[in-house]
Ligand binder design. Sequence first.
Ligand code: ADP
Length: 366
Amino acid sequence: MSVSHFPGRDPLALAPEDCGRGHACQFCPEEEQCQLEKGHHEKRLIETRLAQIGQIIMVMANKGGVGKSTVSANVAAGLAAQGYRVGVADADIHGPNQSRFFGFVGERVRLSKKGLPPKNFEYPGLQYSLKVGSLAFMMERDDTPIVWRDAYKHDFMHHLIGSFDWGPLDFLVIDMPPGTGNELITLSDMLEGHDVAALLATTPQEVALMDSLKAVRFCQERGLPLLGVVENMAGVSCPHCSGHFHVFPRSHLAEALASADVTSLAQIPLSLALSSGSDTGVPIVVSDPEGPEAQAFAPVVTACVAHAQAGFAEAAKHSLHGLAQAGLESDELEQALESVPEEQRDTLRQQLASLLGSSNDPSPQN
Ligand code: ADP
């Protein structure tokens, strides 16, 4: 099962003057002597990675502690459980928790010629291992605080996408830092022109709502498709009497989201099993796929898949259309048609034309 790429999005080959190393110049032992154009290398590196990535999902929150990383990990795991090739890029520089949420606490990565290898999360039933890239894998110690100026944060966002060797992915889920600051702007600029959509994690109380609306406005102003809001910690079931109650009143949330034209995709309960899954390094959507938490995440996973498939269908249509406009009259397409038995060629041309709804006569002009 795959929403993977249409051939029109072939990975870019490195330009001849590029050194071919899959990591940024800052990591390179040859950097001091290197005469090549470094800015160009970095740009190509990012483009090469992105060309192999289908749908990017940015998980945003305008407030810390509302469960953004939890949502990122469980949505990524839910996509992987459906057979997709998934990566999680941990862009939360000051709280890189994805290493914990996928069981890689204390682990480090070593730079190879192909770049930084992401960690592979494996679990019975997952067709592909889920790839995790995080700053945590490059720190000397897990409790080292990050005290970086904006220029370093900007560089790290480039390494996260360009220097990690993501390989082909159907989905890259990015766990964003809270807020609408430097990292979000850097990433949004870097990903411009690629298939990017956002999910917004929030808790239902008023104080988080006001901040979330700022993130909604950011998406609207940037033209970033917002798939919807994930309401986290929305209700809790009493382990003793099984009664359901709300810790955070939801009073104005639905109203505010509706007036901002934003869909509420899911309500995730406050759950000990959910936080324990994160602490022990196995997202609950894979360890207990039938449980209430996984069921609560299901509509979010479905929304991501639906968006990616719609984008893929649109891209395929455009590519075919481009092919019809440019290619049907080209020698290459005629050469390709030569491999088809002669009596079938006209029919094939006509079928393609009608599939595309083209009013042009697609016959070769000779
Ligand atoms: P953020 O990324 O927004 O800072 P996290 O996802 O790291 O937030 O969550 C903060 C803490 O709350 C973590 O310990 C996490 O396990 C816990 N948590 C998040 N969502 C839930 C939930 N629905 N039920 C129980 N604990 C949760």
